[in-house]
Design a protein around this ligand. Structure first.
Ligand SMILES: Cc1ncc(COP(=O)(O)O)c(C=O)c1O
Length: 381
């Protein structure tokens, strides 16, 4: 199959006409079609309660698209309002037992996920935060060292939002399963740029969201995959009508929906479901393998230029050990982000992560070079 013409695809993203945009790790560029979907959503608002069947149809359609993206079984993906809420739905459905009460998570994870897993201590779990020896990437053997038959959950990011490192996840899942533990993967920084086949991986739970590498418009939309046989065993601790077996049946008591839909809760925000479809379709049409290939070509080019300029790159240098972004250990992050912003270049900075830069597949090689050159100029100053 020939490589996509990313120059032609670029015209579908209005943002590129205005900005040199390298902040997909925060909010990804969205295709122009999302504006038409937003307009369509506005039209349904005027219909008031006649909009409900249309909205339910959109929800179902969007969920099927996500199942395609993840190669998931039908009914294995559910929608939530945030990745934290998705993980909370799983955490709260698990009960610590004296013989299995440990939870492992990592210092490389998203801070909100770390708050969530750390808080399970109050529910009787013994929680341990793993710190990678090199401060950048958790190696499978570092996780395996902490595994025993008392571990209930291993909760890790597939791509760290703090370093951009890609977890070598297959041996972790295998060892966790051998020890009888569940693996909850936060794949937010991976979905749309790192191919992920949840069935092949044998994942238990995978969470992600739409407004980064999937090019979704509005915020407030995330999802979770739950392995069907696991979903059937788990009872939501905080159920709601959108997770009921008969969603619009208005039953007196709760019966969980089959599959992972049981982890849905109350009335969802509809706007992001409308405005995330175009980005998700773009990813599906282009293909995650090809997006990954393009991203690797651009990040490798940026990495080589950054190293030649003496920039302190944190992200692993080997392409197969990183996700879609590059992180730089730069203290004066806010000032650099501001200065680049004045030049029309958007990146971001986070405490503990330094400066984060992500090429979108539709960025050009020239843009990549310019971003690194300007970054080097500002950091040297
Ligand atoms: C790895 C990772 N997980 C999760 C999130 C978002 O979580 P939530 O949807 O709970 O805000 C982000 C970024 O915002 C992230 O980088």
């Amino acid at each position: 199959m020939s490589a996509p013409d990313f120059g032609a695809l670029r015209t579908r993203f209005p943002l590129f006409a205005e900005r040199t945009y390298f902040a997909t790790q925060s909010l990804g560029p969205m295709p122009a079609e999302a504006y038409a979907d937003l307009f369509e959503y506005g039209r349904t608002l005027g219909l008031r309660n006649r909009s409900i069947p249309l909205w339910l149809e959109r929800m179902a359609e969007f969920t099927r698209l996500l199942e395609r993206l993840l190669d998931a079984e039908p009914g294995a993906v559910a929608l939530r309002d945030s990745a934290t809420a998705a993980q909370a739905a799983i955490a709260s459905a698990l009960t610590p037992r004296p013989e299995r009460n440990r939870i492992l998570y990592s210092a490389l994870d998203f801070h909100s996920s770390r708050y969530l897993w750390a808080a399970q201590e109050r529910r009787g779990f013994r929680v341990e935060q793993l710190r990678p020896e090199d401060g950048v990437a958790l190696r499978p053997e570092e996780v395996l060292r902490h595994l025993d038959e008392r571990v209930a959950v291993v909760a890790l990011s597939l791509v760290s939002p703090r370093t951009g490192a890609l977890l070598d996840v297959v041996p972790v899942v295998k060892a966790a399963h051998d020890a009888g533990a569940l693996v909850v993967l936060d794949a937010y920084q991976a979905v749309g740029v790192v191919p992920l086949d949840v069935r092949e991986l044998g994942a238990d739970v995978v969470v992600g969201g739409t407004h980064k590498w999937l090019g979704g418009g509005g915020t407030g939309l995330a999802f979770l995959y739950v392995r069907p046989s696991l979903a059937e065993r788990l009872q939501p601790a905080y159920p709601g009508w959108i997770g009921h077996q008969a969603m619009v049946g208005f039953a007196e008591s709760y019966s969980p929906a089959p599959g992972s839909a049981r982890f849905q809760q109350g009335t969802p925000a509809m706007e992001p479901i409308y405005t995330a479809r175009a980005g998700l379709r773009f990813v599906l049409e282009t293909g995650v393998e090809r997006l990954r290939e393009r991203n690797m070509a651009l990040t490798s080019r940026m990495m080589a230029r950054a190293l030649a300029a003496g920039l302190p790159v944190t992200t692993p240098h080997e392409p197969e050990r990183r996700g879609g972004m590059l992180c730089f250990d730069v203290d004066e992050g806010d000032a650099v982000v501001e200065q680049l912003g004045l030049l029309g270049i958007d990146i971001d900075t986070r405490p503990g992560a330094g400066i984060r830069v992500s090429p979108h597949p539709c960025n050009t090689e020239q843009e990549c070079d310019r971003v690194i050159d300007e970054l080097a100029r500002l950091v040297r100053r």
